[in-house]
Design a protein. Structure first.
Length: 322
């Protein structure tokens, strides 16, 4: 998909727009889990989530190879759409984003604020994706997928930052927990780990209510699920991407599934122990580590806080029970 030089080039492109995000070993999380816990703070990007890295690499290639493009269209639950809207505005390319009905009010507002035209369609991400592909054909737009080599290369830059920093202070990580939506984040981590020749175990995390990749790995083939009814909307995917599935099947040690209740506990833990607000998918890796605390005790572990874009109303009802 790309080599180490390509990954380093992507890092230079990203860092020309914003600096590397921090990674901290939080002592209260260590006390809570029994492991040395490094948090990669992708909630500190300009869009509040990791996806913006892929948006920048995607538009860089688009402008170089197809400068005549009149606009792009894509589907999202929020962070991918914010990424494309942010990067598209920088590149001067109009962006249309299709979201399912009932999508996050605050993520919708953020996409509009970054300049996107927002279309609401369907009951879930996969229905929105079908509509986005129809709009591409009907309006002569370029369809921007949620999983593609440029996106993986862009988001892999956070793994490069994390691995290099932790190694500069001691031995490499024993394990890294990564949430899975459509798969760009975990595939980027697998690629970065392999290109750097590290022994780190990569562990995927899915919702028990949207576990298509976990079922697919167990079955040895792509398996779709009938619904993705989780409040952790960044993981609400029913249909795996075949290329992502192959990378995950070969490169991940296992996939842990977590309940919405476990994710809510992890969101509260982040707030109490680090004073960082995590969205559902952002807290899922910590939820998985808490579930596996006995297995991971004493190890050097990282979790990806992939985003902090949670609606206030959802935070109150789900996490605080208010």
């Amino acid at each position: 998909m790309f080599d180490l030089d390509g990954l380093k080039a992507a890092a230079r492109l990203v860092h020309a727009v914003f600096p590397p995000t921090p990674q901290y070993a939080w002592p209260l999380l260590a006390a809570r889990t029994g492991a040395e816990v490094w948090v990669k703070h992708e909630n500190h990007t300009p869009t509040g989530a990791f996806k913006v890295r892929g948006g920048l690499t995607y538009f860089d290639r688009l402008k170089r190879e197809r400068p005549q493009v009149c606009g792009i269209v894509s589907a999202t639950r929020g962070n991918h759409g914010q990424s494309l809207a942010y990067a598209g505005a920088r590149a001067g390319v109009p962006v249309t984003i299709v979201v399912p009905r009932g999508n996050s009010v605050e993520k919708n507002a953020a996409m509009r604020a970054f300049g996107a035209r927002l279309v609401e369609h369907g009951e879930d991400f996969d229905a929105a994706r079908v509509e986005a592909m129809r709009l591409a054909e009907a309006e002569g737009l370029e369809f921007a997928p949620s999983f593609a080599p440029d996106l993986v290369r862009g988001v892999a830059t956070y793994a490069l930052e994390l691995f290099r920093h932790v190694e500069s202070l001691g031995p490499p990580l024993d394990a890294l927990y990564v949430p899975i939506g459509l798969g760009s984040g975990i595939c980027g981590c697998i690629m970065a780990r392999d290109l750097l020749g590290l022994p780190t175990e990569i562990i995927g995390v899915q919702s028990t209510e949207a576990d298509a990749y976990a079922r697919s790995v167990a079955a040895g083939r792509v398996v779709t699920v009938p619904s993705a009814n989780t409040r952790a909307d960044g993981m609400a995917t029913r249909i795996p991407d075949p290329a992502a599935f192959e990378m995950i099947r070969r490169g991940a040690s296992r996939i842990v599934t977590v309940t919405d209740a476990e994710v809510a506990v992890a969101i509260r833990a982040y707030w109490e122990d680090t004073h960082n607000l995590a969205e559902g998918a952002g807290a899922a890796p910590l939820a998985a580590l808490l579930q596996e605390r006995d297995r991971m005790a004493g190890q050097r572990v990282a979790v990806i806080l992939c985003g902090g874009n949670i609606d206030l109303a959802l935070f109150r009802s789900w996490v605080l029970g208010a």
